[in-house]
Ligand binder design. Structure first.
Ligand code: HEM
Ligand code: HEM
Length: 180
């Protein structure tokens, strides 16, 4: 089933969730590593190039994901604890919010000089120009801090998932890990 049902995530939501997870960890690792590359490194230009291009792919995936989410049924949360269910909702919204903040700030760092972003030599995503003073620095700080907060939130999110699986012994993890 491509679509979600009241009891489980469909294939589209499941694949997007796990593709996002792999991409977020990879983008974080590459971002963390590439900012310290010196001018003479052969990766000095290519690492940011791929970081930006894959970051943009994740932006498109996330926009599609949000569209898919609002036009689809949400599986009903498992468990009895109301506070826990509300916390999960807030955590999921925060994860979406952080992803968008990170990707928009990434765009603002890259396009602060008025130049667009080359997307795999296929198209250039245009710059909207410099929107505010010190755009590169401010967007850079936001990008870095939000990326650290995202990784911390994801760790809590994964711990919560493990609690459902091993302590509550419910289907929370199973229903987002069916790949066919
Ligand atoms: C970068 C990594 C990750 C991000 C950004 C992320 C984000 C999200 C979001 C936004 C949702 C809510 C989906 C919806 O709209 O209904 C979700 C659901 C879920 N995630 Fe993750 N996730 C990540 C990694 C992980 C990992 C490592 C696990 C680990 C075990 C995990 C387990 C789950 C489970 C079980 C659900 C379903 C929750 C439910 O049924 O209420 N996620 N994730
Ligand atoms: C979820 C997606 C992303 C994650 C997790 C992420 C993560 C990171 C991290 C950890 C850094 C290093 C920050 C530092 O130590 O200063 C970084 C740098 C950077 N990222 Fe991203 N990034 C993402 C998406 C994007 C996107 C979509 C773009 C642009 C289109 C982008 C552009 C940049 C640029 C230009 C830098 C270098 C900043 C500097 O030189 O200070 N990133 N990213």
């Amino acid at each position: 089933m491509l679509k979600n049902s009241i009891t489980k995530y469909g294939l589209i939501s499941t694949y997007i969730h796990w593709i996002t997870a792999v991409m977020v960890f990879s983008l974080f690792g590459v971002g963390f590593w590439m900012v310290d590359l010196n001018y003479y490194s052969e990766w000095n230009k290519t690492a940011p190039y791929y970081h930006k291009a894959f970051g943009l792919i994740l932006l498109f995936i996330t926009l599609f994901r949000i569209g898919w989410k609002v036009t689809n049924i949400a599986p009903k949360e498992l468990g009895e604890n109301k506070i826990e269910k509300n916390l999960a909702k807030i955590a999921h919204l925060t994860l979406y919010g952080l992803l968008l903040v990170i990707m928009c700030s990434g765009y603002l760092i890259s396009t602060a000089d008025g130049l667009g972003i080359d997307f795999f030599n296929i198209v250039t995503i245009p710059s909207v120009g410099r929107l505010f003073e010190h755009q590169e620095d401010i967007a850079g700080n936001v990008h870095e801090i939000a990326a650290y907060i995202l990784i911390a939130m994801v760790c809590l999110h994964a711990l919560a998932a493990l609690k459902h699986h091993f302590i509550d012994k419910d289907d929370t993890v199973k229903r987002i890990t069916k790949f066919k």
